[in-house]
Design a protein around this ligand. Structure first.
Ligand code: PSV
Ligand code: MN
Length: 424
């Protein structure tokens, strides 16, 4: 389904006056709104191919209607989101959930739709039909060399798909670990994993990055072989300059100080990418910003501070992606909300008065430091985010347009009510 520019313009028209007055109000009170808008315009968050269908839990999956059942349809959905918000112009593929059959045609479709290919993701956490050896007891950590080799070959295959599509990075998330004490020799599991990652790393093109994603628990409940940022950083340091840690917000133990992790990884020049989501308890796959918006702001605050300290380009020097797909919302509405939450937190972080914050820190003025952060966090930046969308040709209210234009209904008419997205 294509969304024409005139539909966006006729949606914007009646909202313009109100938007302008909200925007004028906020911009008259802030010093550098133009430079914030420029940064927001440049900033894009990739959409993972698996988030376009309704997610599920191990208990049930309640399918939506008009879900994309092919890679091409998923690309159309991402393009639709991008037309609406102008901030999600890339798709991240999970192999083998979305194997491109014809790379050239897939690339052509992407350029027609004005979207790019972000990181490719490997999958050695499931057995696929006709797969020779099982990953039940792990993949790269496995005691059997032939299982490890199968996992290595798969990752190299994923890199090759990515190269053919123009991706520049691979994210490796391993579910490897153990469910019971005694099941695993931790050192051997680590060494095997490192050897495997080294072989995969050796297959990376020069201009590629490898993101090593960690997760505290699930599906393994006693130990995880890449269980936290320390372990991920160990692997990344041992692998070399193209290997980085990837932070997924849902992959920490309760109350972990994610913003501090981000700050230190940036200091070590080892933060490579981000998976955004939100959670109340664990890896809940909830909409970004739906539970802990202040934490999201604090994370962005460290991202901006740490990236600026290294003269990094916010939009392109890290891989930004959403990684969530829950059970109860329309996935496209959920993604619109997630991207909006990310842009709001990023804009608020750009507002932080860094000079005054440094002064407050140097003077141990704890109260002032908090005031400075919360001044930014409590600023309603939504008109600034909307203005950035507007100047890029997007909708003033993407979710409003999605609903008033009955987009899901149209997708259902196009695709049927009984479609099922791959990967879930
Ligand atoms: C694992 O929980 C994860 O965060 C990894 O990024 C996977 O690739 C993704 O979710 C999809 O299952
Ligand atoms: Mn993830």
């Amino acid at each position: 389904m294509k969304l024409n520019q005139d539909i966006i313009e006729s949606h914007n028209q009646p909202l313009l006056k109100n938007h302008q007055s909200n925007f004028d109000f906020i911009s008259s009170r802030l010093p550098h709104v133009d430079s914030i808008i420029k940064k927001l315009v440049d900033f894009n968050v990739a959409i993972p191919s698996w988030a376009l269908g309704t997610g599920g839990t191990r208990f049930a999956r309640f399918s939506g209607v008009g879900e994309p059942s092919t890679l091409e349809e998923k690309m159309h959905d991402v393009a639709l989101l991008h037309r609406l918000n102008q901030s999600s112009g890339a798709i991240s593929l999970h192999i083998p959930w979305d194997i491109p059959q014809d790379h050239l045609a897939t690339k052509e479709l992407a350029s027609e739709l004005n979207i790019k290919f972000d990181a490719v993701n490997s999958n050695t956490f499931q057995d696929q039909p006709n797969q020779q050896l099982s990953y039940k007891f792990g993949s790269l950590q496995h005691v059997d060399k032939s299982v490890r080799q199968q996992a290595i070959n798969h990752n190299i295959e994923v890199i090759n798909h990515g190269v053919a599509l123009g991706s520049k990075s691979i994210t490796v998330w391993l579910s490897d670990g153990s469910c019971f004490p005694g099941q695993l020799n931790f050192r051997k599991a680590f060494q095997h994993t490192l050897e495997g990652l080294r072989e995969i790393y050796a297959a990376l093109p020069n201009d590629w990055k490898m993101f090593v994603e960690y997760k505290a628990y699930e599906p393994n409940f006693y130990s995880t072989t890449v269980g936290d940022w320390g372990q991920s950083l160990l692997y990344a340091n041992k692998l070399g300059s193209k290997a980085y840690t990837l932070v997924d917000l849902g992959h920490h133990l309760p109350n972990a100080n994610i913003e501090q992790i981000v700050s230190l990884l940036l200091m070590e020049q080892k933060l490579g990418g981000f998976h955004f989501n939100d959670s109340k308890y664990g890896d809940d796959d909830l909409t970004v910003g739906s539970m802990k918006p202040y934490q999201l702001f604090l994370i962005f605050n460290e991202l901006v501070e740490g990236m600026d300290a290294q003269n990094m380009i916010h939009a392109s020097d890290l891989g930004w992606m959403i990684d969530a797909s829950h059970n109860v919302k329309d996935p496209l509405e959920d993604l619109l909300q997630s991207v909006e939450a990310i842009m709001i937190s990023y804009a608020q972080a750009l507002l932080v008065d860094r000079k005054s914050l440094t002064e407050a820190q140097e003077q141990n003025d704890v109260v002032r430091a908090q005031e400075i952060l919360q001044e930014a966090y409590r600023t309603d930046v939504r008109p600034i985010v909307a203005e950035a969308r507007l100047v890029s040709g997007g909708a003033i209210n993407p979710l409003g347009l999605y609903r008033s234009n009955s987009i899901r209904k149209k997708l259902m008419e196009e695709r049927g009510s009984n479609t099922k997205a791959t990967g879930l």
